[in-house]
Design a protein around this ligand. Structure first.
Ligand code: SPD
Length: 276
């Protein structure tokens, strides 16, 4: 018998993965946490039936959400990840020697437990001695942190349920205050192809708080449309102004100095979403 998992990515489109077995499935306090084993993408973390990350293509997302801001900041020492309980973003952050402290703020401990058991390729970074894991609400943590972090990465789920508050203008204002003088934030901001209004709205909300706001793209095959956006807000440093020769050599599979620059070259319909 063949087993197939389908995520309905829109009301009219789904992605279907041939599945070998369900490795775990559990209701946490916040959501259904599951890990399935698929033919194409290997193990896949699902939250409420939505693909969060897959062993097959996670490197694209985690390298791009981490290295673009960390290589834009002149000396990132303290970094926070809001969400991201699978540990993939932290794994990339601790590749930077300048980082002294990386704080993972995840509301759902079950996500971390599932990742530690079934996705060790991602969660391994959590064991780095510079990492602190806080099981708490990211919004409250950011609100309580003033002038604390050089880089804040918002590695959230889609903007439904508990993640809605991570996409508000008010929250980005608190992120600004939680950042140090040359601070930079990045948020995952969904698919410009399927969610143009959301991308436009989120960009406007970040740019209402940050003098430099830039959107960049990466290709993530398991996410809706494959075209994925990240929005970076910065107090001082412009990710487009960095000299590729100054970028640190990193052990990566997707991110390079050329990709760093190219990711900000936007197709015309995406450029329109971020043009006032
Ligand atoms: N449509 C799903 C988007 C999920 C983005 N966050 C994934 C978290 C991976 N660390």
């Amino acid at each position: 018998m063949e087993l197939w998992f389908t995520e309905k990515q829109t009301d009219h489109v789904g992605i279907t993965l041939k599945t070998q077995r369900t490795l775990m499935r559990q209701e946490s306090q916040y959501q259904e946490v599951a890990v399935i084993d698929t033919k194409q993408f290997d193990r896949v973390l699902l939250l409420d039936g939505v693909i969060q990350t897959t062993i097959g293509d996670e490197f694209v997302y985690h390298e791009m959400i981490a290295h673009v801001p960390l290589n834009t900041h002149p000396n990132p020492r303290r970094v926070a990840v809001i969400g991201g309980g699978d540990g993939g973003s932290i794994r990339e952050i601790v590749k930077h020697d300048s980082v002294e402290k990386a704080v993972l703020v995840e509301i759902d401990e079950q996500v971390i437990k599932a990742s530690r058991q079934y996705l060790p390729e991602l969660s391994s970074g959590l064991d780095d001695e510079r990492v602190e894991v806080l099981i708490t609400d990211g919004i409250a943590h950011i609100q309580a942190s003033k002038n604390t972090y050089d880089v804040i990465i918002i590695d959230s789920t889609d903007p439904v349920g508990p993640a809605v508050g991570l996409f508000t203008e008010e929250f980005y204002g608190h992120v600004f205050e939680a950042l140090t003088d040359e601070g930079i934030m990045v948020a995952q901001t969904e698919s410009p192809f399927y969610e143009p209004e959301l991308v436009h709205r989120t960009f406007s909300r970040i740019s209402a708080n940050f003098p430099i706001t830039r959107l960049y793209l990466a290709h993530i095959p398991s996410y809706p449309s494959g075209m994925w956006s990240f929005t970076l807000g910065s107090k001082v440093c412009d990710p487009l102004a960095i000299d590729g020769n100054d970028l640190h050599a990193l052990d990566t599979r997707y991110y390079t100095p050329d990709v760093h620059k190219a990711a900000f070259c936007l197709p015309k319909f995406v450029q329109k979403l971020v043009t006032p």
